[in-house]
Design a protein around this ligand. Structure first.
Ligand code: AMP
Length: 122
C-alpha cells in the first residue's frame, strides 16, 4: 500500500488541520484522539510517511524508531499513566479496522481497561 500524503494525520503533521497537541519533537507528534474511548486517549505518530506498523517497522531508520519508542514512554509518564497502568495499541489493516493510513499508536489510560481482547461469544 503506497502512502497517501492527503490522509488526515499527514495534514495534521503539516499543520493544515489543528490538533490538541500533547508532544512534538523532530520525529514524533502526539495529540488527543478526537473521539476518546478512555479518559486518556492519545495518538502517537512518527512524522515520517509510514502507512502502518508493518511499513514503519521495515522502513524507518533506527533513529526514528528509537525516537518513537522513547516518546511513547515519555508521553505515558507525563500523562501520569505509569503507576495506574496503560495500554498501547496499533491497528494494522482490514482485520484490525485501521481507519487512518498513517502509522499511529493509541495510548489508552485513566481507568481500568479490562481484558485485552473481548472473549469470543458463546
Ligand atoms: P485507527 O482505526 O487505528 O486508524 O484509528 C484512527 C483514530 O483517529 C480514531 O480513534 C479516530 O477517533 C482518530 N481521529 C480521526 N481524525 C482525528 C482528528 N482530526 N484528530 C484526532 N483524532 C482523530
Amino acid at each position: 500500500m503506497s502512502y497517501d500524503p492527503n490522509n488526515i494525520f499527514a495534514k495534521i503533521i503539516r499543520g493544515e488541520i489543528p490538533c490538541n497537541k500533547v508532544f512534538e519533537d523532530d520525529h514524533v507528534l502526539a495529540f488527543h484522539d478526537i473521539s476518546p474511548q478512555t479518559p486518556t486517549h492519545i495518538l502517537v505518530l512518527p512524522k515520517g510517511a509510514y502507512v502502518s506498523f508493518a511499513d514503519f517497522s521495515q522502513q524507518a531508520s533506527p533513529e526514528e524508531i528509537a525516537a518513537f519508542v522513547r516518546a511513547v514512554g515519555r508521553i505515558a509518564a507525563e500523562a501520569g499513566l505509569v503507576e495506574p497502568g496503560y495500554r498501547i495499541l496499533a491497528n494494522h489493516g482490514v482485520h484490525a479496522h485501521q481507519e487512518v493510513p498513517h502509522f499511529h499508536l493509541h495510548l489508552f489510560g485513566g481507568k481500568d481497561l479490562g481484558r485485552m481482547i473481548k472473549p469470543p461469544e458463546k
